[in-house]
Design a protein around this ligand. Structure first.
Ligand SMILES: Nc1nc2c(ncn2[C@@H]2O[C@H](COP(=O)(O)OP(=O)(O)OP(=O)(O)O)[C@@H](O)[C@H]2O)c(=O)[nH]1
Ligand SMILES: [Mg+2]
Ligand SMILES: [Zn+2]
Length: 354
């Protein structure tokens, strides 16, 4: 397989030449298991680790490889390699790490399109869709909404769902599919382009891996076959994995997510809620919080029904989350800085007293 088939392009190649990385192999991270990475190159697959230098220099999670990354590596025996460098990412899908406030978790990198998968039976939730959209919009990733399990509802119920999305979300393509009847598969196949990378995002059990298996024509990812009610809360897919389809599209499967915490998403919120954000310039007060102020254009528009109330409330909730995330990160940065200063002074004192 050529690197281009894995999504390699001229801007990665330019970086490689500019940085004189030609003595290294180039490969893409296709899976990750606790700091061990599976890399695909034009020569095959390698299990890899990062150099000690890389680990030492890493300041946070974003300095470690993630699924989707292009890396410079040196290969040793037939299947072992060392990763020296991560090539710059053109997009990074990330969220607030579950249970670790102020930390980021990378979901996948170098993604062109995200499939936001929601099942139309009980999983469907527009608030959550807006969350996923915000994450895409802050990551430079184009969203495509996939409604799955359409075989479980009738045409009328499906129209209602499409309408409820349309009331709040504009300009995002929506494809309704069934992995059972394969309804909608023509549409999904038609949008998948050769050499582009697509990432599956959504709750557990919505049919992400089933879709991936069906599109690839192989049972690559394990899917749930036992009754769902007996398995509440169990995730079927346990790791991320990147695969190449016959038609040339590249898909990344993910374990289902229960929480989609907003990390730093200023631009993400502004794009997802562009109507609200652009109205806020007409608010009487510059620092208007759009909650109780007089002369608030956003509140006015909500009262008049020009902005969907549920969408407005979802916006406020995510805005608060973002602010909280940012202040936690800022506090941590300050503490680190103070600790750095303390260390420096301490070392100075030690030298003086020697
Ligand atoms: N009726 C119906 N069932 C489906 C459809 N798609 C998937 N399923 C079933 O839903 C269950 C879960 O499917 P998976 O593909 O494993 O779901 P997933 O999104 O990959 O789940 P995680 O890996 O846990 O995130 C399986 O039993 C599938 O057979 C569909 O379109 N219609
Ligand atoms: Mg799965
Ligand atoms: Zn306002």
């Amino acid at each position: 397989m050529k690197l281009e088939d894995l999504g390699y392009n001229s801007s990665f190649e330019k970086f490689r030449n500019d940085r004189n990385l030609n003595s290294f192999e180039i490969g893409r991270v296709i899976a990750e298991h606790k700091e061990r990475y599976t890399i695909r190159t034009d020569k095959g697959e390698f299990e890899a680790e990062i150099t000690g230098n890389m680990r030492f220099a890493a300041k946070n999670r974003e300095d470690f490889p993630a699924v989707g990354d292009w890396v410079a590596l040196s290969t040793y025996d037939a299947d072992f390699a060392i990763i020296h460098q991560i090539l710059p990412r053109f997009s990074t899908i990330k969220r607030q790490a579950v249970g670790q406030f102020g930390e980021i978790q990378i979901i996948a990198t170098n993604i062109d399109y995200a499939f936001l998968v929601q099942a139309v039976d009980r999983d469907f939730n527009v608030n959550r869709l807006e969350r996923y959209l915000t994450i895409c919009n802050s990551s430079n990733v184009s969203p495509i909404i996939i409604l799955s399990k359409t075989d479980l509802v009738n045409q009328h119920q499906l129209s209602e769902i499409l309408e409820s999305i349309g009331n709040r979300i504009k300009d995002v393509p929506i494809i309704a599919i069934s992995n059972e009847t394969l309804d909608g598969y023509e549409a999904i196949k038609a949008i998948i382009e050769k050499g582009k990378t697509y990432c599956m995002l959504g709750s557990s059990g919505v049919g992400k891996s089933t879709l991936l298996n069906n599109l690839s024509g192989k049972a690559i990812m394990r899917t749930d076959t036992i009754s769902e009610s007996a398995n509440r809360g169990r995730h079927i897919t346990s790791h991320r994995e990147l695969i190449v389809l016959e038609n040339g599209g590249i898909l990344v499967d993910n374990p289902g997510m229960r929480e989609v915490g907003i990390a730093d998403s200023t631009s993400g919120l502004a794009i997802t809620f562009d109507k609200i954000v652009s109205l806020s310039q007409y608010c009487k007060f510059k620092d208007c919080t759009h909650t109780s102020e007089v002369g608030c254009s956003v509140l006015d528009a909500v009262e008049k029904g020009e902005i969907d109330r549920a969408s407005y409330e979802n916006y406020l909730k995510m805005e608060r989350e973002k602010a909280h995330f940012e202040s936690t990160v800022e506090e941590r940065r300050k503490k680190d800085k103070e600790f750095g200063k303390f260390l420096k002074n301490y070392k100075k004192e030690m030298k003086k007293n020697r």
